[in-house]
Design a protein around this ligand. Structure first.
Ligand code: ADP
Ligand code: ASP
Ligand code: MG
Length: 426
């Protein structure tokens, strides 16, 4: 999306001059019940002391999105994607209305807004839509009347008015896109941990909170499974240079600033370990090793919007090879249907799959200037008897596919190996 598309149309410079707008996003556990929402109200009141206006972006209350998705599955074996988005987006409608009531009870001039009421326009990929534009002049006009706008995260609408959702965890993206569109100086993401840690603090007790993390590192951590930030939110933040502060609803800790890289960040070799259990491995056996075969395999998957993650092609034997790749588990059924068809067309002998795998990644901008990180990671895992199934690397990351049952152990081993631990063991 072009920056221009996000910028306010009809922005009244005189009227808006100097208006400081703070974006604050609150996740599902932060708005889970009335007590939590009362804490959130205090955060918004604090925000109003630091800025002229606050835009609060809310997730659905903890568990509501899952409940709505389960309801869709109960109703239909193959729920219509557009209707599913319409259904699942109601979780945020509940939370924003309830929260706005609490704000009004405290005498705060506030109103709630759904995605289509702004609108936040997206493409038509139901369930994983991408934001195209935000009509921010509507928000600026409303901010002359209200001090707080409470906006439903995770949702938008297509050009022709159908409700879409942005993918699980997508409220972070709504918040950062609003911050970019409104030229907000900072976007605060409030959650149930005190910031971005060297790894998930809920599985590794010696994980350390980082004061700052580079956009690029955060992007890799998010795409490798660190769900503390939705990956698209980091892409937006990086592209539009929005400083994002991840902090806790339940404390006053300053949290972690996600920002541009500086020289001090390069000094650290590995800054974080991420893991992702949402992995399935698919293998096509005895594929003819001829030009165009990879395109014949992956073309049909990309046409269906299925993201392929790691890919390994074995060495050729008698003009044939095995091709192995990983995908999200939710795409497995569709992928296997497509691969059966591909196998028939190409003459591949069989299609195998495995859903008991997961990936672990070590990430750090410092890796650019150092070699040997991968070797250290392999040695540490091997010493603990963890078998490595697949490997992929980039300039600032190394990813290893292993059996899911070893994930927590592997995270702790790598966290220790790269010196990220506090002084007590994980
Ligand atoms: P919210 O509902 O507020 O959006 P999420 O559950 O989406 O919260 O994200 C917060 C969770 O992310 C934490 O509870 C933690 O378990 C997990 N997490 C994974 N990796 C990290 C990390 N590196 N730093 C902080 N939290 C992480
Ligand atoms: N409510 C949505 C979800 O649970 C979006 C979000 O919380 O960010 O995935
Ligand atoms: Mg989240």
């Amino acid at each position: 999306m072009a920056l221009r598309a996000l910028k306010p149309q009809g922005w009244n410079r005189e009227r808006d001059k100097g208006m400081k707008i703070l974006i604050q996003k609150f996740g599902g556990t932060s708005v889970a019940d009335r007590d939590c929402m009362t804490r959130v109200r205090a955060k918004v009141e604090d925000g109003l002391k630091r800025a002229d206006k606050v835009i609060a972006v809310l997730s659905a209350r903890a568990g509501d999105t899952n409940r709505l998705l389960a309801l869709a599955d109960e109703w239909s074996a193959t729920p219509d994607m557009a209707e599913c988005d319409s259904l699942v987006s109601t979780g945020e409608q509940v939370s924003i209305s309830l929260f706005t009531m609490l704000l009004k009870d405290a005498g705060i001039r506030a109103r709630s807004l759904l995605g289509w009421q702004i609108p936040i326009t997206t493409d038509e990929h139901f369930g994983r839509a991408r934001i195209r534009a935000i009509k921010s002049d509507v928000l600026r006009t409303l901010l002359t009347e209200y001090d707080v706008l409470v906006i439903a995260g995770f949702q938008g609408c297509t050009e022709d008015g159908r409700i879409t959702t942005l993918g699980r965890g997508g409220s972070d993206t709504s918040a950062v896109a609003l911050a970019a569109a409104l030229d907000s100086a900072e976007c605060e993401i409030y959650t149930d941990v005190e910031g971005v840690y060297t790894t998930d603090p809920n599985i590794c007790s010696t994980a350390r909170k980082m004061e700052r993390v580079a956009y690029e590192e955060m992007l890799e951590m998010a795409s490798m499974g660190a769900k503390v930030l939705h990956i698209r939110s980091v892409e937006f933040a990086k592209k539009y240079k929005v400083p994002v502060r991840v902090r806790s609803t339940f404390s006053d800790d300053p949290g972690t600033l996600v920002t541009q890289e500086d020289s001090s960040m390069e000094a650290v070799l590995v800054s974080g370990i991420a893991y992702d259990k949402d992995q399935a491995r698919v293998t096509l056996r005895d594929v003819p090793d001829v030009p165009g075969m990879a395109a014949a395999l992956f073309g049909p998957l990309s046409e269906k919007g299925i993201l392929v993650d790691m890919i390994v092609q074995n060495t050729s034997q008698d003009g044939h090879t095995d091709m192995t790749f990983t995908i999200s588990r939710k795409d497995l059924k569709q992928t296997l249907e497509i691969m059966d068809e591909v196998a028939r067309k190409t003459g591949a002998s069989e299609v195998l799959h495995d859903v008991s795998v997961a990936k672990v990644s070590a990430i750090g901008v410092g890796m650019r200037n150092h070699s040997g990180v991968a070797a250290r990671a392999f040695a540490a895992l091997t010493q603990e008897g963890i078998n490595i199934l697949m490997i992929s690397t980039s300039e600032i990351k190394i990813t290893i596919l292993i059996q899911e049952k070893y994930v927590e152990l592997a995270v702790r081993i790598l966290h220790d190996t790269f010196g990220l631990d506090w002084d007590i063991g994980c």
